[in-house]
Design a protein around this ligand. Sequence first.
Ligand code: COA
Length: 331
Amino acid sequence: MARPGILGVGASVPEKRLTNHDLEGMVSTSDEWITQRTGIRERRILREGEDPTVLGIEAAQGALTAAGLGAEEVELVITPSNVQIMPVPGSSALILSGLRVRDGPRANHVPFFDIVAGCTGFIYALEVARHMLYGGYRHILVIGLEALSRFTNWQERETCVLFGDGAGAVVVGTVEGERGILSSYLAAESAKWPLLQVEAGGTQLPASRETVAAGQHFLKMEGRGVFEEAVRMMEEASLRALEQAHVTKEEVAWYVPHQANLRILKAFARRLNIPWSKVLVNIDRYGNTSTASIPLALAEAVRDNRLRKGDLVVLAGFGAGVTYGASVIRW
Ligand code: COA
């Protein structure tokens, strides 16, 4: 049987490391607090003037190489992201133009769009790509691109210790046999959107001197509220996706939850009653990279040969909106 699946995965992170010790010199915090409360030791941050588009292009090229495809074979680009490189056009346009998709079947007519669905954006985009494949597309790039450091208030210790920059990409295409995306469950509790927001810069509060002075362009979050919802939502989504795929949680080789906080990942594993050794973790080195966190973890696990063909994998996420979801994939 042939069904949509992942043909290749790639990732890219900025060169600059920002350690907890570096943060000690910026806000009133400590390496001990950050490590104990979040599990993060360091994160990658774009330097001033560094263009996040490059991360998206590199991740996309990595995924294409892994899939054995050239850029000219891409037929659609979807970029789940919480940061826009520019308000208009979408980030996909800039990545696509950098990829130089010139000579393929659709030449200069490759369509694109961005998806804003919080940190669950990657799982949402994967599901959209799966359906577009049934609609006739053959190779779709899904690129989680984040540069949250540009929306972070570096004087607010509650948020600035959490996030990191990076990009992760997959090529979605048709795979044979038992492999492929077996199920997907998407959900949201939109009434809870105030838990995570950037207030200004849209029509509600257009950018002005006042909004800049009041710090309303920075990401704001109710940390504790998000924490509790995150664990419950990722558990629920995973169980529903497993049920839809007609597989048990014991058959799963790897769980890949969105990397927001090590304590959230541990609580997720406890609630599901799954061995901690089956959870892919990279938050210690990258922090919360939002829509890039799941493909980044996948790319690392493929590279070091932990994740192998035929493995059953569960992706689970939650994020601003409040969105959540999960996918079950036979790798
Ligand atoms: N360094 C030192 N102390 C800090 C701190 C920091 N970076 N950030 C907060 N604190 C302090 C608080 O001011 C508070 O002090 P108080 O007790 O004197 O009031 C204390 O630490 C405890 O704060 P609290 O918010 O209760 O801590 P927590 O255990 O809930 O951890 C988060 C805070 C943000 C790490 C945690 O709630 C979290 O990870 N939430 C989810 C966030 C998330 O995932 N967001 C993205 C979603 S995609």
